[in-house]
Design a protein around this ligand. Structure first.
Ligand code: PEP
Ligand code: MN
Length: 257
C-alpha cells in the first residue's frame, strides 16, 4: 500500500509554508470584515502562522448559512494583506478555482470533496499547496489515492489533514484517528496536520486533541477560533475564543511541541 507517487521524493514547500510545524487558526466561516480582521490579528499575535476562513461552506442542510461567497473572498484578500498573514480557504467547485486561487495562499479541499476527482485533478495543475482533508468515512488508502490524483497532475504540495472519521463513538462529532498521523507520514513522507475542531465537535477537547496530534508527530494543527463562539454562524460549539487560543498556544510552547 506504499505510495509510489510520494514516497521516493523529498518535497519542499515554496514560500516557507510547512517548513517546521504550522499552526492554522481562524473562524469556520467568514462572517464579516471585522470578525475576520479581529480574529486574524489576535491569532497572529498568539502565534498562528496561517489564518483559516471559509467563504464557500459545505453545509449539511441547504437551509443553513452557505457562506459569504465572493464577498467573503474579498474580505479574506483584504485581511491577508492588512494583517500580513497567509490564508487558507476551501474550494468546493471547479468553477471557483480562479477566484479562490487569487484570494489565498493554500487551498483546502474539504472532507465532503475528498473524492471529487474532477476537483482534485484541477487543483493538481495549480502551483499552490493543497490541504486535503480526510473524507468522513475514507480509509487511509482512499485518502492517499485522493492525494495522488493531485500529485500526478504535477502539484506535489499536498498537506494531509486528519479531521476525524465517523465511528460508533457517540460523545464526539467524529473520532480523531490519531494513528493516521504516523501512518500517512510513513507511507507518503508528506506533512500531516490535525484538525481537532471537526474531529471533536466540542471546544473542551480542542486542547487535548491538539497536544495529542502534535505529540504523535503531526506537522501542525488547524483550529477554529471565533471572537464569540456562541454567536458563530457555523461550528460555534467546536470553536474557541481568542483567550482560549492564546492559552492553547502557551501550552503547546510549554510542552515543547
Ligand atoms: C471546515 O474546515 O470548515 C470544514 C468544513 O471541514 P471538513 O471538510 O473537515 O468538514
Ligand atoms: Mn467548520
Amino acid at each position: 500500500m506504499d505510495s509510489n507517487v510520494f514516497s521516493s521524493k523529498e518535497i519542499s514547500f515554496k514560500d516557507g509554508i510547512l517548513n517546521g510545524r504550522v499552526i492554522i487558526a481562524g473562524p469556520c466561516t467568514i462572517e464579516s470584515y471585522d470578525q475576520l480582521k479581529q480574529t486574524a490579528q489576535s491569532v497572529k499575535n498568539s502565534g498562528a502562522d496561517i489564518l483559516r476562513g471559509g467563504a464557500f461552506k459545505p453545509r449539511t442542510s441547504p437551509f443553513s448559512f452557505q457562506g459569504l461567497k465572493d464577498e467573503g473572498l474579498e474580505m479574506l484578500k483584504s485581511v491577508r494583506k492588512e494583517v500580513g498573514i497567509k490564508v487558507v480557504t476551501e474550494l468546493m467547485d471547479v468553477r471557483d478555482i480562479e477566484k479562490i486561487y487569487d484570494s489565498c495562499d493554500i487551498i483546502q479541499i474539504g472532507s465532503r470533496n475528498m473524492q471529487n476527482f474532477t476537483l482534485l485533478k484541477e487543483v493538481g495543475k495549480l502551483d499552490k499547496p493543497i490541504v486535503l482533508k480526510r473524507g468522513i468515512s475514507a480509509t487511509i488508502k482512499e485518502w492517499i489515492g485522493a492525494a495522488e490524483y493531485i500529485a500526478v497532475e504535477g502539484n506535489m504540495e499536498v498537506i494531509f489533514c486528519e479531521r476525524g472519521i465517523r465511528t460508533f463513538s457517540d460523545c464526539t462529532r467524529n473520532t480523531l484517528d490519531i494513528s493516521a498521523v504516523p501512518i500517512v507520514k510513513k507511507l507518503t513522507g508528506m506533512p500531516v496536520i490535525v484538525d481537532p475542531s471537526h474531529a471533536a465537535g466540542r471546544r473542551d477537547l480542542i486542547e487535548p486533541l491538539s497536544l495529542a496530534g502534535l505529540a504523535c508527530g503531526a506537522d501542525g494543527i488547524m483550529v477554529e477560533v471565533h471572537p464569540q463562539p456562541d454567536m458563530a454562524l457555523c461550528d460555534g460549539d467546536q470553536s474557541i475564543d481568542f483567550n482560549g487560543f492564546d492559552e492553547l498556544m502557551k501550552k503547546i510552547r510549554r510542552m515543547g511541541l
